[in-house]
Design a protein around this ligand. Sequence first.
Ligand SMILES: Nc1nc2c(ncn2[C@@H]2O[C@H](COP(=O)(O)OP(=O)(O)OP(=O)(O)O)[C@@H](O)[C@H]2O)c(=O)[nH]1
Ligand SMILES: [Mg+2]
Length: 327
Amino acid sequence: MIDPDTVSNDTIARPSRNGGLLARLSKTREALARGFGSLFSSAISLDETFFEDLEDQLLLADVGVEASRDLVTRIRGNAAQHGSGSVFGFRSALRQAIVDVLQAASRPVVPIGVADKPFVIMMVGVNGVGKTTTVAKLARQLSQQNLSLMLAACDTYRAAATQQLQTWGERLELPVVAQGQGADAAAVAHDALVSATAKAIDVLIIDTAGRQHTHAGLMDQLVKTKRVVANLDAAAPHEIWITVDAGNGQNVLSQVEQFHSRLGLSGICVTKLDGTAKGGIVIGLSRKFDIPIRYIGVGESIDDLRAFDAEEFAEALVPQADPTGQP
Ligand SMILES: Nc1nc2c(ncn2[C@@H]2O[C@H](COP(=O)(O)OP(=O)(O)OP(=O)(O)O)[C@@H](O)[C@H]2O)c(=O)[nH]1
Ligand SMILES: [Mg+2]
């Protein structure tokens, strides 16, 4: 867990442009490359066995059945164009296929804070996936863009949850609206929006309590929070994002499906990509849903949040030149 109190000014210095995404995605890349190493150990012959092995390897990286098939079909199509007989050509064909699938999910957030103030983002998801941390990371990025921020502590189940967000607020010097444990989450969201409007805040981010997507009663509470916010401002919440933990693999597909059916999601944040070999799930998510992937979490530090970029992501999974010198 990131302890906000231990985050020094050094740790929260701006990351470099690429910020070592290659290193952060190394576990997933290795899961893919393990198979590719053997696939590439001899001259490539793009026969049925090769494509079957490739599909198996994609499944091991948690790309998922449908997305793996889709990728293989695209690679067959791309292969000729990229020089099918060479490792280099195959890598390019694979990378391009990944970009093609991810491109649909790579959509910038509508300009924040220009017309409609406050721009309200509501963060939802199952327990422990990194919602609160992502809210803090996002708040920091947006405030660095000279936007004024306010946070709403709508995880009222645990006293520690409110405290966690308040500590982040103190550290990042951002106002946090909270009522404490046991309060009605929708009432906290209501108060926060009234306060953010009165203070002409640019962006209000609502942190919510983790809940299992299968629990209808808890999902109803989120729907209520959304409704209460919309009653104050028909355009709000402008965005509803789900945070998912990449380490949960294929299970995130049903999480997204359930939250989407109840709330209408407009974005996905995928966390913990630094700690898992299951990063292929990002490809599975893009293939299955028409919901943009907004941000990816690649570490525990406050600056380990990246706006999602399809080309950058594909390049980190299948680099032009492999960092280890391996195919
Ligand atoms: N390695 C890594 N850890 C992360 C990342 N994002 C969050 N975490 C860690 O995940 C743990 C849970 O984070 P929280 O932000 O408290 O998760 P949450 O979804 O708000 O949890 P609940 O409110 O209890 O449902 C913490 O230890 C975080 O530091 C990430 O991108 N990479
Ligand atoms: Mg939380």
